[in-house]
Design a protein around this ligand. Structure first.
Ligand code: MN
Length: 304
């Protein structure tokens, strides 16, 4: 691995020079985002030096992947807390016995549609403080298929012309999670999403207006923060205008040069930045069970 590391050190990856790592092995997945990390056992407490490099890799690559991590729920939560405070979500089903963990589960005989969102999105943008990141582990993964794709939304913003960046900088987006349950009930039973049935989130926490371009609180780097999930409108724009703008911005994460894609194996752990990347599960695992469990780390209110 030493040669692989020195080969990529200093080159530009994910839009910035590749950082140096001394204590962990970091292999970029693509030039856009994502890295696989080896040499770390997440079941054990991490030394400050290792932890600092894991955090550095998370900041740089937005998506970090660890293989063969058979974590207990408590070990999973301990590792997650390095990223911040854990939170629950009003719509995501709870992992039984662990109210501060969620699960994404599809049984082999169920339609793929029980798992929400076949399109690129950021999770729960309707919350006043949408999630900073998710820490997700595969309990059961299909033999093939069911990958998760990610898109680097810094690159999506940086790829815009200065004129379009200026337009995006002035936009604010209304996101609402208020009607997801009502919409779900209106679907045919076999098309319904698996949602949480009860929650104690107040109505005012289910709708928020956020900047369409958000800034990293430390680096100041800007990323596009527009997705179709929970989107209502751009503040001050008519419905047809909002949809036209949305159609353009929502097309950007589909560009291959902004993406990476991760294949799940049992005990794969992925941490992804939900502020500056979007993700999309690929529904191509007919007849296979897929069971993922995760924690959600609360983020800052998006900064303009
Ligand atoms: Mn999601």
């Amino acid at each position: 691995m030493a040669t692989a590391r020195s080969m990529v050190a200093g080159v530009t990856v994910a839009g910035r020079p590749m950082p140096q790592f001394q204590h962990i092995q970091v292999t970029p997945l693509t030039g856009a985002c994502g890295a696989e990390i080896r040499g770390v056992d997440l079941r054990r407490p991490l030394s400050p030096a290792v932890l600092a490099e894991v955090m550095g890799a998370f900041e740089h690559f937005l998506v970090i992947v660890f293989r063969d991590q058979p974590l207990t729920p408590e070990q999973h939560k301990s590792f997650s807390r390095h990223f911040g405070e854990l939170t629950d979500l009003p719509q995501a089903p709870i992992f039984p016995g662990h109210p501060d963990m969620q699960e994404v589960r599809r049984e082999a005989d169920e339609p793929a549609s029980v798992v929400p969102f076949t399109r690129f999105h950021s999770d729960s943008p309707f919350l006043p403080n949408p999630p900073k990141c998710m820490v997700m582990r595969a309990i059961d993964a299909p033999a093939y298929g069911g990958d998760t794709a990610f898109a680097n939304m810094y690159l999506a913003y940086e790829g815009l012309s200065p004129a379009m960046q200026a337009l995006a900088n002035g936009l604010r987006v209304v996101y609402s999670g208020k009607d997801i349950w009502k919409k779900n009930q209106a679907l045919d039973p076999e098309k319904r999403l698996r949602l949480r049935t009860a929650h104690d989130f107040t109505e005012d926490r289910l709708e928020s207006t956020h900047p369409a371009v958000r800034r990293h609180p430390v680096s100041g780097r800007k990323a596009l923060y527009v997705c179709r999930a929970y989107f209502k409108r751009f503040e001050g724009y008519g419905d047809d205008e909002s949809q036209a703008l949305l159609n353009f911005f929502d097309s950007l994460p589909y560009r291959l040069q902004y993406q990476c894609r991760v294949r799940w194996e049992r005990n794969t752990v992925i941490v992804w930045d939900n502020r500056f990347s979007q993700h999309c599960g690929v529904h191509d695992y007919e007849g296979e069970r897929r069971h993922l469990v995760r924690t959600t780390v609360v983020g800052e209110a998006p900064l303009p």
